[in-house]
Design a protein around this ligand. Structure first.
Ligand SMILES: [Ca+2]
Ligand SMILES: [Ca+2]
Length: 483
């Protein structure tokens, strides 16, 4: 693995498609529409605003169409950190359309894994049953949570002696649904069988035309470890997008190991108090016998996708609850990304800031969801909903005063909220500072600086409530400055 030092980046904003529409549904159609062009040119994904509804909103058809379809593939039964990540993933099950949880380790590893269940499938089913006992309560907080039975029906074997996992992948990708699949492989260690996606791609390649193979692959986006053999690099076309939340190793530190170091006690998070005790049977199953405290090496695969209002899964360079990503140099023109970017934050430029800046928010969000497992709706906190008036992408000129208005933001619990507007320089290309007037008020403004060349400036609006724990959501406004 190459080891490149983090440095501040100036990523070019990608031209938006015509008729830019502000919703996740639009970006999914965009993905489909440009899929074939991208396959040949291996172009990066197009800009699109990702505006999923915050948790707590009840669903209409449009809401369902906006949720990302995901498949998790876990080697549960090995490193117990998969079980840690699974606790967190299951309380985010409302945010996704979970197509499947594929388990590709047969026997649990003695010594390392202490679960009383001794097969990978048994371990995951035990955890999903524990989710099931909380599901009715969770559905008081968001009706999009699947029932326990529905979730249990998504858990299948991906071991070599079974075709269940491979068939689940093929049918999910083939289904007449405009949304692609996001595939989340959680690693494969010794004794784990090959990825169900690898087997599915092998099968499609052997049994369908090369055009059909390309079409199939164009529907599979990766937020994932790479367990897909020649399909990742050797066999064209490349995947339409791969975000590797595990790599690179920098300064002898693996990115996925940093999740623990950066988040374990962020915002005062206390695993025993907030998850393992008094939060129901699912929280009790969070194991602690990992090499790193609260390791959760796989959690960033889905935290990257959680719709917070400031991230867009098709824009790895923008930042997310899994940090910020840049191109892999060795991937050439393939749209493959890993965590090699750095943010300036609290006086220091470092890769870890791209996650640390959100760490308290994402841990508080986990805390609230564990509360949802055991408390009625009136006894738990829910995140604010951020509404910024005007388009999220604005063409502006130097000297122009840009008004920013988030007064229509609301909190479902009626909590008092705090606003903050900040300039996020790293995802943009503006080479100057950008002052914000009223940065701690619902309405703020910026005066556009003069530029020699076209430049983009990213602004983040954070609305944080005063509930317990305090919860935050965001919105992003991009100023496209033309000289
Ligand atoms: Ca794993
Ligand atoms: Ca609230």
């Amino acid at each position: 693995m190459s080891d490149s030092r983090p440095k501040p980046t100036r990523t070019n904003l990608i031209e938006p498609p015509r008729g830019w529409v502000i919703c996740g549904f639009a970006f999914l159609f965009t993905t489909l529409a440009i899929g074939n062009a991208r396959l040949t040119a291996a172009a990066p994904p197009s800009i699109a605003a990702f505006r999923a509804k915050p948790a707590g909103d009840t669903g209409a058809a449009a809401d369902e169409a906006r949720r990302l379809r995901v498949i998790v593939e876990t080697d549960a039964g090995g490193d117990p950190d998969d079980e840690q990540s699974l606790v967190r993933f299951l309380v985010y099950a409302n945010e996704f359309d979970v197509e499947g949880i594929i388990v590709n380790r047969h026997a649990a590893r003695d010594g390392e894994n202490l679960n009383r269940e001794r097969t990978g499938l048994g371990i995951v089913q035990r955890m999903v049953r524990a989710y099931g006992t909380c599901a009715d309560r969770l559905r008081q907080h968001d009706t999009r949570y699947p029932t326990g039975d529905a979730m249990l029906g998504k858990v299948v074997s991906g071991t070599q002696d079974s075709e269940q996992g491979m068939r689940l992948v093929i049918s999910a990708v083939d289904r007449a649904d405009p949304r692609p699949i996001w595939y989340l492989n959680w690693g494969t260690i010794d004794g784990t069988d090959p990825s169900a996606l690898l087997r599915a791609l092998d099968w499609v390649r052997a049994n369908r035309t090369s055009e059909d193979y390309a079409r199939f692959k164009s529907r599979v986006f990766l937020s994932s470890d790479d367990q897909f053999g020649g399909h990742t690099y050797a066999i064209d076309p490349p995947f339409p997008l791969w975000v590797d939340t595990f790599r690179p190793e920098l300064d002898r530190r693996r990115w996925y190991h940093r999740f623990s170091a950066i988040t374990a006690d962020a915002g005062g998070f206390d695993l025993e108090r907030d998850v393992r005790t008094n939060h129901g049977p699912l929280g009790e199953l969070y194991p602690t016998n990992t090499t790193h405290r609260q390791k959760e090496g796989d959690s960033m695969t889905f935290l990257y996708l959680v719709p917070t209002g400031m991230n867009d899964p098709l824009q790895p360079t923008w930042g997310s609850w899994a940090g910020r990503y840049g191109r892999r140099p060795e991937a050439g023109s393939r749209p493959y990304y890993f965590a090699n970017q750095a943010d300036a934050w609290r006086g220091r430029m470092h890769r870890e800031n791209s996650l640390a800046r959100w760490a308290a928010d994402l841990q508080n969000d986990f805390r609230a969801r564990m509360d949802w497992c055991v408390n009625d709706r009136s006894q738990a906190n829910h995140p604010p909903r951020v509404v910024v008036l005007g388009p999220p992408l604005r063409d502006v000129r130097p000297g122009q005063r840009v008004e920013l208005d988030a007064r229509q933001s609301t909190d479902p619990d009626g909590d008092v909220c705090h606003w903050s507007w900040e300039y996020y320089p790293e995802p943009g290309t503006l080479q100057a500072d950008l002052g914000i007037e009223g940065a701690d008020r619902p309405t703020a403004s910026v005066t556009v600086p003069s530029v020699q060349h076209a430049a983009d400036a990213h602004l983040i609006c954070t609305v944080r409530d005063t509930g317990s724990p305090p919860l935050a959501r965001y919105a992003r406004v991009i100023l496209r400055i033309r000289p």
